[in-house]
Design a protein around this ligand. Structure first.
Ligand SMILES: *Cc1c(COP(=O)(O)O)cnc(C)c1O
Length: 427
């Protein structure tokens, strides 16, 4: 499959080149040249297929012949190695739990898939690839875990000091080996800006790539679990409304891609915290990115969501068409906490702040009789332990994979400006 840059000033790229370089030379995001819907027969009979078979069907056109079938199947088996249950919360609402992977957030899927693709493409090369990634919370841990020990690949993670949870910090600062953490004196957008600047800096001669959701190998496998959820809910015979707690808008963009492939999803809701650039755009048609604000759903503290441009492309840059299939609402921390309490009181379900924002989006959108709402529970509540335990009368049990990292020692290099990152990369 070939990819073009959304800035339209770079040559067409192979999948391999898009994965290895992350972003096009004109700084545009890569987008697939064609999107071919899957057969109706496959969708109707999805219940007859295993998750591995579904993932293979979904991703194969986007990889093309650049990875041999048996290798791609092996990569999928390593990526889709845990469950994605839809847990009923209300009569007509379920939580799609994406947190049963190694770092307990949905990003495990994209991170592992990308790590394995990059390792495959870089095998036999003498030069190592450096993966540079900015994280608002969960990306760092998922990338650190997904790439740990990958041959020929070094990983540098930038995170905003004091703005990620303790567990998140441990997950990205304690693994060692080919993983280095840079603790940045600033917010997520500063980290992201430093990463973007490094990509343009001609004095940095090592091969850099990004593991943010701008990378097609992180973005596209996120389609898998929308199909898995449909497989589980098909028998309900209801129209699906899906609410995705959104920050950089990569996850929801993958959901819309899944819909393009023929997955019957009636409507998407992009639920955000007070970082409301997209909800405002839908309201007044003005796209006005702002510095990010810190919230209790910190993995969504993004003021200028990178993937929104891909969503616009999926709707041919037609705001009216976008608005008919897609809504976006913003919610405060107070509303989020109140909803965590309400969900718990009504059903006993413990949601993390991101999942609660997703639930709020369904509530605000409203569900008709023949609709079933799904919100994506994007991280395990333990990853936001302080907020969850302050808000709900519960003690969250710490799962074994988290306990393990909590006992390890943080190692991070302080960085206060781009110059610090540059000095590190030139070493
Ligand atoms: C990354 C993340 C999000 C936001 O996902 P995007 O693809 O950036 O929109 C939401 N919730 C959690 C827990 C996350 O880690």
């Amino acid at each position: 499959m070939n990819y073009y840059s959304l800035n339209h000033k770079s040559p067409i790229s192979t999948f391999k080149n898009a994965v290895v370089n992350g972003i096009a030379p004109d700084r545009g995001l890569y987008f697939p040249e064609s999107i071919t819907p899957l057969s109706k027969d496959f969708i109707e009979n999805i219940g007859n297929y295993s998750n591995h078979e579904i993932a293979f069907e979904v991703i194969k056109q986007f990889v093309g012949n650049e990875i041999p079938t048996d290798k791609l199947q092996e990569i999928i088996a390593e990526t889709v190695s845990f469950d994605f249950p839809v847990v009923p919360v209300d009569d007509n609402i379920g939580s799609l739990e994406l947190f049963h992977g190694p770092t307990m957030a949905f990003k495990d899927v994209g991170a592992k898939f990308m790590a394995k693709c990059l390792e495959y493409f870089n095998q036999g090369n003498k030069e190592e690839v450096t993966v540079l990634v900015a994280t608002s919370g969960d990306t760092g841990g998922a990338v650190a875990n997904g790439f740990l020990g990958a041959k020929g690949v070094n990983v540098v993670i930038l995170y905003p000091s004091g703005k990620v949870s303790d567990i998140q910090e441990k997950q990205l600062t304690t693994l060692g080996q080919n993983i280095t953490a840079l603790e940045v004196d600033g917010v997520f957008d500063d980290c992201q800006e430093m990463v973007k600047t490094a990509f343009l800096d001609k004095e940095i001669t090592r091969t850099l790539t990004s593991a943010n959701s701008i990378n097609v190998a992180r973005w596209l496998p996120q389609m898998f679990y929308f199909f898995f959820a449909y497989k589980e809910l098909q028998k309900k015979n209801k129209d699906l409304v899906v609410s995705v707690p959104s920050g950089n808008f990569g996850n929801i963009c993958a959901g819309i891609m899944a819909q393009k492939l023929g997955l019957p999803i009636k409507h998407f809701v992009a639920s955000t915290n007070v970082n409301d650039t997209v909800p405002n755009y839908l309201k007044d048609g003005v796209y006005n990115p702002k510095p990010s604000k810190a919230t209790i759903s910190n993995a969504m503290d993004v003021g200028n969501p990178s993937n929104f441009i891909r969503i616009q492309e999926l709707f041919n840059n037609d705001l009216k068409a976008l608005k008919s299939a897609f809504s976006s609402y913003s919610f405060s921390d107070d509303a989020t906490r109140k909803t965590m309490k309400d969900i718990y009181a009504n059903s006993g379900y413990v949601s993390d702040p991101h999942g609660a924002v997703g639930y709020l989006g369904l509530q605000k959108h409203g569900l008709q009789d023949n609709e079933y709402g799904i919100f994506l529970e994007t991280a395990h509540p333990v990853k936001f332990l302080d907020v969850v335990e302050e808000t709900l009368p519960v003690t969250v049990e710490i799962p074994a994979q988290i306990q393990k990292v909590m006992n390890n020692t943080k190692v991070a290099i302080k960085a206060s400006s781009y110059e610090d990152l540059k000095a590190f990369l030139l070493k």
